[in-house]
Ligand binder design. Sequence first.
Ligand code: DGJ
Length: 706
Amino acid sequence: MSSLPITYLEHSQLFELRTSKTSYLFGIRPNGSVQHVYWGEQVEASECGYRLKNRGHSSFDAEVNREIEEFGGWGGCNYAEPGLKATFQDGVRDLKLAFANFEIPSDDELVVHLADDHYSLRVEVHYRVIAEHDLIERYVTVVNEEEHPVRIEQVMAAIWSVQGQRDYRLTHVTGRWAGEYQLRETMLSEGKKVLESRRGFTGPHANPWFAIDNGKADEASGKVWFGALGWSGNWKIVAEKTTFGHVRIVGGINDFDGSFVLQPGTAYTSPVFVGGYTSGGFGEMSRLLHGYQHDHVIPTDKLRKVLYNSWEATEFEVTVQGQLELARRAAKLGVERFVVDDGWFGARHSDRAGLGDWQVNAEKFPNGLQELIDEVKELGMEFGIWVEPESVNPDSDLFRRHPEWVYQFPTREGTQLRNQLLLNLGLPEVKAFVLDFMTELLSSYDISFIKWDMNRTVTEPGVHPRYQQAGESVWIKHVQHVYEIWAELRRRFPHVEFETCAGGGARIDLGMLRYADQAWISDNTDARDRLSIQEGFTYAYSPAVMMCWVTESPHGFNGRSLPMSYRFHSSMMGGLGIGANIRHWSPEEMAEAKRYVELYKEIRATVLQGSLYRLESLRYSNTAAYQYLSQDRKESVVFTFLQSQHFGAEERHLQLQGLDAGVKYEVTIDEQELLVLHGSNLMHVGLPLQLRGDYGSKLIRLKAIQ
Ligand code: DGJ
């Protein structure tokens, strides 16, 4: 058994990719096709060569249909969801991709080269082994070495295969604005289940990750195969159960309205689709993904600052006076970053005008923005600001100057959503405009934080005739330019932190998280609704980026009243923010909130950098519990929530996870009761869950005793 992450076993023509706990095997068949062999627990690769053999079934299912292609094109009698579908200049729409050669550029990287047997179209299938997190990153590069353009109809980042289970269950999220990241489970029968976005961004209706198990895995145990795609535009993940009993998961940019022309001598590189396997259930799946995000994706290892955001307090009624009042109150609570949201610029008195005119509104800030920034800094806080650079109100100077910059079809009226249109960021002029105004803003003021919003989907995805692009995909270009702008702004302003927001959580994925320090996961700030949203979010994404605000009670969206304890506990499970109109908070409320902010600062390293164990979910019971454990397992924080009490119901004992069995822990519950218990008892006997009333909640802290 090799200890290297990547090995080529020449005698059996197999590639072996090894992570700390998994094996991933594929090989080359005599006919040159590259076939998937195995993915799961570590095995002896040298004994798996026989799995490369296959046989046909009938003239309806030739040999290829029983093969499990590692990355296949559409051609011949291959009818599965293809990795690549192309049309050549001469009208031929058939691909014959076969193994050409391979390279191992570094210990953990493998590139398998596939080539068509007639046309000079090559595919590089890339693998990178992330051994410590049991993950493999995959992506492809398609290279056109023809003398003619090639039309790419579909190009996927990777095809994953899961075999050997009697049943297959898909877990994913769905949702809508203000109700994102709702978990769903569905048993797969033969056919396809498609998760996708056609809206130009990642979207709130689905999110690009998947998990497959045999229907029996739970949070703490069971085999789970999973993956997440790093693309913030139109994407597609197809889970296809074949009639020969295995599941293929094919994912990449969406082929819907997605074909593009690859010019001679150019290449297309897909987004990264990372995949993994664990026998430790959905909890371990999430911890592997979170660890990967910390080490390989998120651009920062700084802890989230406690922020105040003015949106829910003032909406568009931004004035220097009002913001100063909020800032003074926020500072008293221990807030570290004060953020002015929408409404500070142009004629932005409502969502009907001003978007695109990024000059400070002189009526609202007669002495300029610096007056507010200076006081915010004197109060000991950083200053942050909201922008929505991709959008424009028709009632704006920008649109009046450049109506040709928005997505449009000549015979159609542009659809307005929230009274706004979308700029075609793929155009070099628009990209330059955004980079310029952001550079101006960040160079002119002492700004440490940008909340970058996007409040509508893409419609009429055409370009003004002046900008005819030869076969380019507007869908791809927009996303590439978003990434390039964020990368450039981070380079120019390394001290500035960025939040990705799209009316809440509609643009969060492993692509955007390469550039964002934090994410606004939902406009729904009701602390109970948030528990479901946050739980679904953490299946794929780390609490380290998950921003949660404490807002008003009763909540404006659903009229639900929640105690401040519950609101803080719910929001302390990620990056804590406050978004209430704190000008109206009583001295008692201010004092209580201040104490929670202090407490949060004490536990935040464990919450943001520790490991998350989802102990109980409101999906299955009337209590929820989430445990965060520091990397050295010496500190732990548990948040528990009660939906409503059933008098006389069985007394619940919460069994914790991940602790050192032989170590004693000092346990405080809501900063009061003090118990000393061994890790073994906490994990197996459990802690009594004394939650009472409707919407009760408690914060439990554990500290290992030296
Ligand atoms: C949508 C965001 O999600 C909100 O937090 C707020 O920034 C508004 N846009 C402002 O228009």
